[in-house]
Design a protein around this ligand. Structure first.
Ligand SMILES: [Zn+2]
Length: 224
């Protein structure tokens, strides 16, 4: 009887790698060795957030989920994902928001500070697999609305779509100074605008619910 090796390649030499299932299912097993001891990551993104984060431990306030297939610029980039203590309804999130280890301290600090301010933050989406982003693109192939597969900051674990209670439709913008703001007041939105800069996190100007760590003219933060 022939036998076949099914072991995946291990380009980094760090042992077996695991992938997000990409279809909202669970059941991924985490081989020993893919979990790093947590450490205090402070409250800022660490290094080049578009570089692999396999070797960066998760912040001690988060839970190490192991290594996933991230994408940036269409290129597969391995990322270590960390589970935040914040609920998420995202189909791939397993109940809690998950972010790249390089930004796990920044997002953990943001979430902790929001809770300390009396808010109850939650997410609608955080990390996305290539298959998930492809499905979103196929449903709405408009680069003004959906990032092309392989090019969303969600695919690097750098973005969170927050649930803005009280804002009604998530696509209902009241544009102020070129920035999409909620058409109905949201305490969480106001708080995020006023405080996200402190942690190196900013709003995508086209979507009031999307916050990530990109720092260019398409992002902004500060009270509005
Ligand atoms: Zn988003």
């Amino acid at each position: 009887m022939a036998t076949f090796s099914t072991a995946p390649p291990s380009p980094t030499g760090g042992g077996a790698v695991i992938n997000g299932n990409g279809d909202g299912t669970t059941g991924t097993t985490t081989p020993p060795g893919d979990i790093l001891p947590p450490s205090s990551n402070g409250d800022q993104p660490i290094g080049d957030v578009y570089a692999s984060s396999e070797a960066i431990p998760c912040d001690s306030r988060t839970r190490d989920l192991g290594i996933f297939d991230g994408y940036h610029g269409g290129i597969l980039t391995k990322v270590r994902l960390c589970e935040l203590d914040m609920p998420s309804s995202g189909s791939e999130d397993g109940g809690k928001a998950r972010v790249n280890s390089r930004v796990s301290g920044a997002f953990a600090s943001l979430v902790d500070a929001a809770k300390a301010a009396g808010l109850n933050p939650s997410a609608n989406s955080s990390f996305r697999s290539q298959a998930h982003q492809q499905a979103l693109w196929d449903a709405n192939p408009n680069p003004a609305k959906v990032a092309r597969p392989g090019n969303s900051n969600h695919q690097m674990g750098l973005a969170i779509d927050f649930s803005m209670t009280g804002t009604g439709s998530t696509s209902n913008c009241k544009t102020i100074s070129g920035i999409c703001t909620p058409s109905v007041h949201s305490d969480l939105y106001d708080w995020l605008r006023a405080n996200s800069c402190t942690y190196g996190i900013r709003q995508y100007n086209g979507e009031f619910w999307h916050f990530d760590t990109l720092d260019d003219s398409t992002r902004s933060c500060g009270a509005i």
